[in-house]
Design a protein. Structure first.
Ligand SMILES: Cc1cc2nc3c(=O)[nH]c(=O)nc-3n(C[C@H](O)[C@H](O)[C@H](O)COP(=O)(O)OP(=O)(O)OC[C@H]3O[C@@H](n4cnc5c(N)ncnc54)[C@H](O)[C@@H]3O)c2cc1C
Lengths: 269, 392
């Protein structure tokens, strides 16, 4: 009797799993292409967007591609979100063309990490997502704060610098990159991931095909207004790294000269 | 072949004129070329072989009939998207772009524009997906610039047509499943017929030893008493205007494609000139090299504007044959000159297959010849502005 009950409960549970597929939210930041020329205006306080091409933040693209795998293999639903102004929409549309089901844009300038995390927390709560995949950091300002803050605001489990993720029911197995090695963790949903390369490899990244682009036309891109949230940091000034100095070539036979230069001129030994 | 580090020049911020979807389509094609064409194309050009494995990818990025409506398997995109796709493919290789142009503008377009509903249903979806490949037979051994003089002919035999003749210089012919063939009926009127591989008396020998478009297959179409079913005639349009209508579409794509080849040559030469040092400084610092680079980017920018405006006119159904001729002629000429100058900027390195420039340069010799030679397009402009055709 007891056994039978457990069997029914189990089958109800798996029924539930297939009936309510995992809802994934992939957080996407809209960043300048890595080949862009970086300049600042307004006394080095504003990034100069002129002529700059924007792309899906690479860490987020690894996450999106992993999310597509969960969609195709485990029937998950994948939504993407970006906190940004209208110029973030092409990036969201690309994510839809790659295969995300719906997109959300929180209509605000992503002024600092806390502000963005607060907006994302609102979206996660409203949408009842059980897995949130963000990137370890975005490659524009490299703050690296959003996923951690987001997990805290939501009270969800958190795995950062994640290089592998498997989900089985409510259980998750994740691998993290640690100095000189890997760490394997088990945890459970609801979960926030700070992802990076390794979640999938570069060769797994997808180029939107024409069918995807056509379908993306008809997919929903929801516009939501931001909630009140303080901006806790203000940019004062940006500085570019000093241009590379001239290179001195030392003949392989002149080791003494090399040591002399390193010692007396570069003062590193 | 060196890693593909291509960065597209956009000196006049023309991206601002493109829609979100144009850029999505273009960037997808660009990424695909980087991933699937650049790493293999040099090898296939060297061994003079068409890389058949790319057909599926070409179909996926929408290179086959992007402006054909969705109900026939196309993508229902506008003409600027079509142009951008051609630009990106030719940035990789003019031969691959030729395959896509022929399939889209010379095979799918006439079936869509002049074909019956049954013909559209039968051929277009399979051509859009790349399951079938097509070719276009207009040029003959004795009639190139003057296709109106063609000798290929068909007779009405009651329940079928009997086709006889030969076509030369036909892109995709060696592997094509279907051929759109232009031939004269008994009254000397030009009609389009769809000929399928496997019809008795129809053969497609390959043309070897090309020094250009080596990664594209070119061949003949030989019709020796081929029985063509009557339902394979394209009924919508006849006379020389029918094939010329297809050429308008293909030439439009070439006007964009040539920009791609030019951008690749310019980008390669610029990068090389900044890295290569002679006499103690980068060669990009010498005035002679700057003159070349400055003229290249000026000409590319002008060509981009020409193509973009032509795209707008084409979207509105207002682009004339003569306007298309001007853009094809100008942009291919611009590209071939840039290829020659860029080749010199790389010195000896420009001679090897490590860099794409010499391949582009050789490819463009075909591009400046086919779809109307450089001379013929000038005569089209001349006839248009004076009202006096000077062809004969
Ligand atoms: C690689 C390749 C692929 C091709 N693919 C196709 C294809 O898929 N389908 C197809 O039908 N054709 C195709 N062609 C054929 C191409 O369109 C012809 O080669 C082109 O139209 C020129 O014809 P022709 O070679 O007979 O040269 P000709 O017409 O003999 O011209 C020779 C020279 O005379 C000049 N000339 C001719 N007439 C005049 C005139 N009235 N006034 C002044 N100068 C003149 C020309 O400009 C040229 O310089 C292809 C050609 C090549 C090289």
């Amino acid at each position: 009797m007891h056994n039978k009950f457990r069997r029914i409960a189990l089958s109800l549970w798996s029924f539930n799993q297939s009936f309510y597929p995992m809802k994934i939210l992939v957080c996407i930041s809209n960043v300048p292409d890595t080949t862009s020329k970086i300049n600042f205006t307004d006394g080095d306080t504003q990034f100069d967007k002129n002529g700059v091409q924007y792309v899906i933040n690479p860490n987020d693209e690894f996450g999106l591609t992993r999310a597509m795998w969960f969609k195709e293999k485990q029937g998950a639903t994948v939504h993407v979100v970006s906190v940004g102004e209208a110029d973030a929409e092409p990036t969201l549309r690309k994510a839809l063309a790659i295969g995300a089901d719906e997109a959300i844009r929180v209509n605000a300038h992503p002024s600092d990490g806390f502000f963005v995390a607060r907006q994302l927390a609102e979206v996660v709560q409203k949408g009842e997502y059980s897995l949130v995949i963000a990137g370890r950091e975005s490659i524009d300002y490299n703050g690296g704060m959003v996923p951690g803050m987001l997990a805290h605001l939501l009270g969800m489990n958190f795995v950062n610098t994640c290089i592998s993720l498997e989900i089985d029911g409510n259980n998750a197995t994740a691998e993290r990159e640690i100095d000189g090695g890997k760490e394997t963790l088990s945890t459970s949903l609801p979960l926030v991931i700070g992802g990076q390369k390794g979640l999938v490899e570069e060769s797994d990244l997808r180029i939107p095909n024409m069918r995807g682009i056509m379908m993306a036309r008809k997919k929903a891109l929801h516009l939501v207004e931001p909630v009140e949230a303080p901006q806790r940091t203000q940019d004062q000034k940006f500085e570019k790294p000093a241009p590379k100095g001239a290179v001195k070539l030392v003949d392989a036979n002149n080791l003494d000269q090399l040591i002399d230069l390193l010692h007396n001129e570069a003062k590193v030994i | 072949m060196k890693a593909d580090l291509f960065e597209a020049p956009d000196y006049y911020l023309l991206d601002d004129l493109l829609s979100e979807e144009h850029k999505l389509v273009r960037d997808a094609a660009r990424a695909w070329v980087k991933r699937d064409i650049s790493p293999i194309i040099e090898e296939y050009a060297q061994k003079a072989e068409f890389p058949t494995q790319i057909i599926k990818g070409l179909a996926e990025i929408g290179a086959f009939g992007p402006y054909i409506p969705e109900e026939y398997g196309g993508a229902g995109l506008d003409q600027i998207s079509y142009g951008l796709i051609m630009q990106e493919i030719e940035r990789g290789d003019s031969g691959v772009r030729s395959t896509a142009s022929v399939q889209s503008s010379l095979v799918m377009y006439p079936i869509f524009a002049y074909g019956t509903e049954e013909q559209r249903q039968k051929y277009l979806p399979k051509l859009a997906s790349g399951e079938w490949m097509g070719c276009f037979g207009l040029t003959e051994p004795n009639h190139g610039s003057n296709p109106g003089g063609m000798e290929t002919k068909f007779q009405d035999k009651g329940d079928h047509f009997l086709l006889n003749g030969a076509k030369l210089w036909i892109s995709n012919s060696p592997f094509a499943d279907v051929a759109v063939v232009w031939a004269k009926n008994e009254e000397g009127r030009i009609h389009g017929l769809i000929v399928e591989r496997g019809m008795e008396g129809f053969t497609t020998p390959e043309t070897h030893n090309k020094w250009s478009l080596r990664a594209s297959a070119t061949g003949e179409l030989i019709f020796d008493n081929v029985k063509v079913p009557k339902e394979n005639l394209l009924p919508g349009k006849n006379g020389l205007g029918a094939p010329l209508g297809c050429l308008d579409s293909a030439r439009y794509g070439i006007a964009w494609g040539a920009i791609g080849a030019a951008m690749d040559c310019y980008d390669t030469a610029l990068r090389y000139a900044l890295e290569r040092e002679q006499f103690g400084k980068p060669i990009a610092g010498f005035q002679l090299q700057q003159k070349k680079l400055a003229e290249m980017i000026t000409e590319i920018t002008k060509a981009q504007l020409l193509a973009f405006r032509l795209g707008q006119l084409k979207n509105e159904g207002r682009a004339s044959t003569a306007q298309i001729s001007m853009a094809k002629r100008n942009n291919v000429d611009m590209a071939i000159k840039i290829a020659r100058e860029a080749r010199q900027m790389l010195g000896g390195m420009g001679i090897t297959g490590d860099y794409s420039i010499m391949r582009h340069m050789m490819n463009l010799e075909s591009v400046i010849t086919y779809e109307g030679t450089h001379d013929i397009h000038l005569l089209i402009t001349g006839a248009d502005i004076t009202g006096i055709p000077a062809f004969k």
